[in-house]
Design a protein around this ligand. Structure first.
Ligand code: ZN
Length: 418
């Protein structure tokens, strides 16, 4: 063979390899949603963790790509909720406030999870709040109101998705005459009769392979909160705050690791993980509690990142938020009532002294720490601020720039099915 021909063959082979490589699609996809996690919440946590030596937020490393998404829902002048925002992210279409998995005309949409499930991906849905709460529900349910908890639970069961893990289930429907379940046990019975492997004691299976479909609600964690006299009803079906129960701060990470371990297969998986209580802490204008929730959320992201490091060619991790909550500002200027009377100051380390959430104290206790740290809040509701989207892995460059949250699903599908 002439040397010229040999070189041509080598070049042609290299082009073929490069083409195959560039066409390979991600098949292990993680979508992390920090509910209510605005940019200031993220960067306050980074400052806090760097001063407290808690380790950095993995998604702020400069090997991750960054973009911004706009969160508005379909109602003019109305700021979104997790129902409309979760639907936009999951189903790729903006909808009305409070809707779950339905378009603005109340017609059902298909979520990214449902679409990938049909293509033989294994599907995992994990949340730190109840499994029928608005954000996870956007991935499997279709309801005109997020308050139809029992109808949403029915749809969770009929989704046949492979892996669910969360705090529990809220009961009831918006129309109380249409109530289906009287207790958590009734839901468990129905799941079991639908051949779902229900796990009520996570420590017993922690690192083991389990039969699928599976659903994890650890009753030890669930029972922690049942008798809280001060708690709002949502709290009874969610993980406790990491600041109140540091011994449970890794539950979300452990469930994420279990999902990875159990869902890995040749066809791929899609795992959605929600840090649901960042939002609740910010509704309470409780900065320290929000920081601890973001830190726990970060531990779950680290599990995915470790998986990515072993499978960089076919893994995509997306970290984003559905909206900002609380209108948090980093620096509130001179304040007569504050013990720290400096202009242009921020004292995140003061938040390290706060050792409980508002649930176990009161709003004055929590407000004092935010105030002393010079953290401002403009509302106890959501705001219309854009939120960050951090990505790493196969196709991550597609999520750079400023775009609508409803574009996330399309971008994933274009990568998976080029
Ligand atoms: Zn909220």
């Amino acid at each position: 063979m002439k040397i010229k021909n040999f070189l041509l063959i080598v070049i042609w082979s290299l082009i073929q390899v490069a083409t195959v490589y560039s066409q390979s699609a991600p098949k292990y996809i993680f979508l992390f949603i920090g509910d209510g996690m605005g940019l200031n919440q993220v960067f306050l946590t980074e400052k806090y963790l760097s001063e407290e030596k808690g380790g950095p937020l993995v998604f702020l490393n400069n090997n991750w790509k960054f973009g911004l998404t706009k969160t508005d829902c379909k109602d003019s002048f109305k700021i979104t909720d997790s129902g409309a925002a979760g639907t936009a992210i999951a189903c790729g279409e903006k909808t009305k406030y409070g809707y779950i998995g339905n378009d603005k005309n109340n017609l059902p949409l298909q979520s990214i999870a449902a679409e990938l499930y049909k293509k033989k991906f294994k599907i995992g849905i994990i949340t730190s709040v109840s499994l029928n709460h608005a954000t996870p529900a956007g991935f499997y349910a279709h309801q005109p109101t997020r308050k139809n908890y029992d109808f949403i639970t029915k749809e969770l069961i009929s989704s046949k998705f492979d892996f669910f893990a969360g705090g529990g289930f809220r009961l009831g429907n918006a129309d109380p005459t249409k109530k289906i379940y009287n207790s958590f046990n009734e839901i468990i019975t129905e799941l079991t009769s639908n051949k779902v492997n229900v796990i009520l004691n996570f420590s017993a299976i922690k690192n083991e392979k389990i039969s699928l479909p599976a659903l994890i609600v650890d009753t030890t964690i669930l029972n922690l909160q049942k008798n809280w006299k001060n708690s709002v009803i949502d709290e009874c079906y969610a993980f406790p705050y990491a600041i109140d129960y540091p011994e449970y701060k890794e539950i979300l990470a452990n469930y994420t690791a279990s999902a990875i371990h159990n869902l890995i297969n040749e066809n791929g998986f899609f795992i959605m993980v929600e840090g649901g209580k960042i939002d609740w802490a910010c509704h309470d204008n409780d900065a320290a509690t929000a920081i601890h929730e973001i830190s726990s959320f970060n531990m779950a992201i680290i599990k995915a990142y470790e998986f990515y490091l072993k499978n960089p060619e076919n893994t995509l991790i997306i970290v984003t938020s559905d909206h900002e909550t609380g209108g948090m500002t980093l620096g509130k200027g001179y304040n007569e009532s504050s013990s720290s009377k400096n202009y242009y100051a921020l004292y995140p380390q003061i938040l390290a002294k706060q050792n409980k959430s508002r649930l176990f104290s009161d709003s004055t206790f929590v407000a004092k720490y935010s105030d002393d740290a010079q953290i401002g809040w403009t509302t106890s509701d959501h705001t219309a601020s854009p939120v960050g989207i951090w990505t790493i892995g196969k196709g991550s460059e597609k999520f750079v720039g400023i775009f609508e949250n409803a574009e996330i699903k399309k971008k994933i599908l274009e990568l998976v099915f080029p």
